[in-house]
Design a protein around this ligand. Sequence first.
Ligand code: PFF
Length: 450
Amino acid sequence: MEKNKIRFSKLGFIFAASGSAVGLGNIWKFPYIAGENGGGIFVLVYLLTIFFIGMSIFIAEVLMGRNTHSDAVSTYEILATKGKKIWKFAGFSLFIGLLILSFYSIVIGWILNYIVIALTNLPVNVKEAEIVFMDMLKIDYASQLFYFTIAMIIIVYTVTRGIKKGIERFNKILMPMLIIILSLMLFYSVSLDGFSKSLEFLFFPNIEKFHTSSIIVAVGHAFFTLSVGMAVIMTYASSVSREVNIVKTSIAIVLMDTIIAIVAGIIIFSILFTSGAEPGKGPGLVFITLPAIFYEMGVAGNVLAILFFISLAFAGLTSAISILEPMVMYLEKRWRVTRVKGTILTSIVLYVMGIFALLSNTTKFGKSLTFGSKNIFDWFDFLSASVMMPLGGIAVAVFVGYFMDKELIRKEILPIMGGFFYTIWMFSLRFIVPIAITLVMLNEIGILKI
Ligand code: PFF
């Protein structure tokens, strides 16, 4: 097949990779963790970790994928200078995607449900908003299942269409729309009374609420938000042509991800402060606090609510398709399974896992689907985001830092990065990333208490 039929164009790759990075993590999670961790100072630490830790791994993943044009397992195997047989297993970080996607698409389902709620009847106050959310989560599993199924169908259909006609096209439509919607909302939030307070909250350090554990939260989130550590960026980069400048492209994507998180934060906090609500609302911020505020705002609130949940759905869907691709590419390249078959097979497994995760949140089945301290939904989240993704990230850093051909790395990266930044990048991969991530993981698992 002609290469340009199966590979991203330059712009296509930028849209697809930033579509993967910009997701629920930016619009849902970033604002609430910034709120819980004191705003400004957290944002500062987050920016530092994004640029020193996240971006280093991002560049490393793009470098790896683009050099082999193959699936993650083969990529490690081909590029390892020693221990090929062992390194091959690092490529299985692509399995993490199954865990993430099974709960990520449930949340996309909630968002689709909330688009309908925004269109029909928003809850009139926070108390009612809480009832609406809890009812969906704990009792009404039929509609959760319905929206989860719709999310899965969109994701699966896009991936079966392939890199160009599916993934690239989907991102090229949804990402500009997402940017337009967020820009409109940003313009609107400038006119709100809470706007200046929101800027102050996000950009002026508030030391009181900041704890050492906030650093850990920032590092963990830097990972999740850039989609690194689970072979997603590596796999996308394997479908990119050689003319792409690895460093410039990575910087553009990381910047886009960061700007969108901050813009989402400004919008959400402007709305929040205008209504006099508190910033530290936790995960319920988007599904409970905001809908009630939207109701208070009258017609403008309805329009905002619809735009807001559509933007969340777009952000989530473009990330979700990226999580499915590594598994499909692996089946295609290593097992010679066709794209359509591979996608359908993987999604059947995903769908079943998703149903268990979904039911584990309900009152009816929750007890029997809870193991130890967590139900299946929370286990999937915890295992993937707190244990496996960091491990996948360390693997990339250690691999490029110590086990890949030095000459090849130099030849590819040094001319475009320059000696100074190259040294910092290598230092970050060899030392900063492994140490920082090990600390994060030990803390998350509870072995270390920072
Ligand atoms: N980066 C996405 C977000 O911020 O929501 C989530 C994500 C996508 C995580 C892809 C991991 C991944 F491989």
